[in-house]
Design a protein around this ligand. Structure first.
Ligand code: ADP
Ligand code: ZN
Length: 787
């Protein structure tokens, strides 16, 4: 065995790891160090994951980027776990823990050697007198490729070249400063430089210093050689916003909060892995408990991560965290520029930020010495990444806590069926907050049967009971929320002659109508077009809008309440940068009376003047062919109902439905989680769905339907061998979403023991496609949805 062989994960969608030899002369990279390695015709940066296997024809590591490991050991273990648990390409998983731009080789810097001796009068040496230069800059300055020239100088020991890789992606400023050594300026150019520097307080960036006079550059070099001026490169931090704290003080805990905090504090102090499920009804004050444990971790110098489903929807939590913890809070969100994202990563890695708030991917933030990890609204589907690597942020969070000996707190008013089952089995410790912090109890709920209203010819969007409740709410000067979890104007465009719906050219779904009927959009692939004026099938010209979305609700509300100030919040509105924050702030400030929107308005918000919540159509989502349809509906309705009556005013909920007797609706009205869970777990057991069994969904994608079907059949056959007693194989069948982005989808659903299913899938795929790439096959372990 050759002890100079390392295994390297490359940031590529390949299932295999790769071994490289470390040539003599390079420092031996430890696990977690980045290395530059040849891959095909390219050179890429990978991360050393351990010792490799020595096989003939090994290539050499080209350079060692980090002499001390950059990636923290628990995060390396976490990346490997993600790769194994989700059968995802290792390189893609290690990429999750690398700095954002750490996958590219970056620039080489030439500098004068530490002790160059008497330096020759040489153009390269002269150029470097003012400080290190990137090779590309040097080439530009000299107007030719300096490589051969540099090689000679390097051999003479005059110049050194560093791979400036660790720093790749930073922005650098070249700063000239007065050293304090006084010299007589040799000429007007030198005098000018000294003058400019003095006026600027002794420091100036070099481009600014020499601006307008090209001769100043040479003069600067001479001043540097003479010792009067020094030039250094300094890293420039593009921090998005350093959050300023107002130093808010902790709230006095309610009796229930105090009771829950006890075990949490004990766990944090123990420095051991303890997973908690914090089941607290809406408005019970979970956030304050999150902050208390973050605070406790900070007191002992440990960091924390707080995961939220979506940063844009949680401005209050972010603000509260900044008020409480000040500048040590880093917020990661999708609106950061690449540069900001990069600098943010380093701020966290270098320990300047010890509290990280972010969505799913923040679970991989390079927080050293993690004390606590919080997953707020742990039941949210957005924690699952729907592209490779298909990880679940909540489950990764629990695994990270285990690897770091940290406390994991999963919080929700409507825990996922899996998490509640874990709490009941003792895998998670259960903490309960059963009452609201304020004086108000839970809101009063009324279910309106839309069938009866339709029969009597009433308006199906705003039924009379909802109109009445809105009237009263507005008359009292209070605010209302109207939920419809369907964006757009109409759900489809139907031909009256042949009965066909306008369909997406790329997907097997009907198009949604937007902008009052002007455009159509596919909600799966984004295909946008002008609304057709004739049926694509029979050329019939009588098209009818059917179903309704949020745009249509706004129209109806404006017609019924012309004086009310209304705003909409859904993905269409959210496309504009800053729009979500604007709408939420306007509503919070009372500039809006009625907020209309999709599930985006149901989450976590705390608006004390909202006393009415109307659910325009509670059945959206119930009809989906997905085993989580009832769970999602229950969660959404319970959450949105929880927005009403959070201040000192009582709340009211009006829920319109075609299926008023459905258990998910009935039990959401009473916010009866236990009853819902008991009903749901029965269904999961009978049908073999999680948590009664694990699922692995194998999706075969193909441009050709016949070919896809044959591939799926062959895979299913391989999977059926060895299934007995371990798992069941369902399918292959066309996926419920049979065509997506021009690809046909076939799926094979496995139910049973996760480990056995994973092994079988890996074996079948390796046998069919080899070790390296599994083209056209997506494996989804623990899918949150099987559509
Ligand atoms: P949850 O996340 O459980 O729905 P929040 O954490 O948003 O609830 O708390 C609901 C409201 O109660 C917030 O306005 C919060 O500031 C307030 N609150 C929480 N704990 C306390 C407390 N101990 N004393 C006073 N107000 C509190
Ligand atoms: Zn489409």
């Amino acid at each position: 065995m050759d002890d100079r062989v390392v295994s390297v994960a490359l940031p590529l969608p390949l299932q295999a790891a790769f071994s490289y030899r470390v040539p003599e002369g390079l420092p031996f990279p430890e696990r977690g160090s980045r290395v530059l390695v040849p891959f095909g015709a390219r050179r890429v940066i990978g991360v050393v994951t351990g010792t490799g296997s020595s096989v003939p024809g090994l290539k050499d590591v080209a350079d060692v980027v980090d002499e001390t490991p950059l990636i923290l050991p628990p995060l390396l273990d976490l990346a490997r776990w993600v790769s194994e648990h989700y059968l995802a390409p290792p390189g893609e998983c290690y990429r999750l823990v690398l700095p954002p731009s750490g996958v590219r080789a970056s620039r080489a810097l030439a500098r004068l050697a530490a002790d160059p001796g008497p330096t020759p009068d040489d153009p390269v040496v002269n150029a470097l007198r003012a400080g290190p230069l990137a090779l590309s800059t040097l080439a530009r300055r000299l107007r030719r490729d300096p490589t051969a020239h540099l090689l000679r100088l390097r051999r003479q020991g005059v110049v050194a070249v560093d791979q400036d890789l660790r720093a790749g992606g930073f922005r650098y400023l070249r700063i000239a400063s007065l050293t304090g050594l006084s010299v007589r300026p040799g000429g007007s150019a030198q005098a000018e430089i000294l003058d400019r520097l003095a006026k600027a307080g002794g420091r100036l960036d070099v481009p600014g210093l020499v601006r307008g006079r090209s001769t100043l550059r040479g003069a600067l070099s001479r001043l540097v050689a003479g010792g009067a001026v020094a030039v250094a490169e300094e890293r420039d931090m593009r921090s998005p916003e350093i959050l300023e704290g107002r130093k808010a003080v902790p709230l006095d805990l309610s009796r229930e909060q105090a009771a829950a905090l006890g075990p949490l504090r004990e766990a944090v102090a123990s420095r051991a892995f303890v997973p908690f499920l914090l089941h607290g009804i809406t408005g019970s004050g979970k956030t304050e408990l999150y902050f208390r444990i973050v605070e406790q971790a900070l007191e002992t110098d440990r960091g924390s991560i707080v995961l939220v489903p979506e940063i844009a929807l949680t401005p209050l939590l972010v603000r509260a965290a900044a008020d409480r913890f000040g500048a040590t809070v880093a917020v990661t969100h999708s609106e950061l520029s690449a540069g900001e994202r990069h600098d943010q990563w380093w701020r966290i890695r270098e320990g300047e930020s010890r509290v990280v708030i972010g969505a799913r991917s923040a679970v991989f933030a390079p927080v050293a010495d993690l004390g606590a990890i919080v997953v707020d609204e742990e039941h949210e589907a957005s924690y699952k990444q729907e592209e490779s690597p298909r990880y679940h942020g909540r489950d990764v969070a629990v695994m990270r806590a285990r690897l770091e000996g940290a406390v994991a707190v999963l919080g929700s008013a409507t825990p996922s069926v899996e998490s509640h089952a874990n709490a009941l089995s003792g895998k998670y410790r259960r903490l309960v907050l059963s009452s609201r912090v304020g004086l108000q109890g839970l809101p009063r709920v009324e279910i309106v049967d839309r069938r009866a209203i339709l029969k009597s010819g009433g308006d199906p969007i705003l039924t009379p009971p909802l109109v009445e409740a809105l009237e009263e709410c507005l008359a009292r000067g209070e605010q209302a929320i109207l939920l419809l979890n369907r964006r757009g104007y109409a759900t489809s465009l139907l031909c009256r002659e042949c009965g066909q719906q306008a369909a997406c050219p790329n997907c097997s779904v009907s198009l949604t109508v937007h902008r009052g009927g002007a455009t159509t959009e596919c909600h799966y692939c984004g295909h946008l077009s002008k609304a057709p004026s004739a049926c694509a099938f029979c050329r019939g010209e009588y098209l009818r809008l059917t179903g309704f979305g949020t745009e249509r609700v706004i129209e109806a509300v404006q017609a019924a309440f012309p004086k009310a100030r209304v705003a909409r919040l859904d993905r269409d509105v959210a496309r504009r940068r800053g729009a979500v924050a604007g709408v939420l702030a306007g509503f919070e400030a009372g500039q809006t009376d009625i907020l209309i929107g999709t599930q985006m308005i149901a989450k976590g918000h705390d608006f004390p003047r909202v006393t009415l919540v109307g659910v325009v159509d509670a059945d959206v989502g119930l009809g989906l062919p997905d085993f989580r349809a009832a769970e999602r509906t229950f969660q959404l309705l319970t959450q949105v109902a929880g927005r009403a009556g959070r201040g000192d005013l009582p709340g009211e909920v009006v829920l319109q439905s075609h299926l008023p007797d459905h258990y998910a609706l009935r039990l959401a009205c009473g916010q009866d989680y236990e009853a819902f869970f008991n009903h749901e777990i029965e269904f999961r057991r009978t049908m073999g769905y999680p948590p009664a069994a694990a699922l692995v969904n194998v999706i075969v994608r193909s441009a050709d339907a016949g070919k896809g079907a044959r591939e799926a059949e062959a895979l299913a056959q391989a999977l059926r061998q060895g299934a007995v007693g371990k798992y069941r194989v369902l399918g292959p069948a066309r996926a419920p979403l049979a065509r997506l982005r021009r690809e046909h989808r076939h799926q094979i659903l496995l139910k049973g023991r996760r480990g056995a299913m994973r092994d079988a899938v890996r074996r079948a795929l390796v046998e069919r496609y080899g070790e390296v790439r599994w083209p056209g096959v997506a494996v989804d372990v623990d899918p949150v949805s099987v559509m």
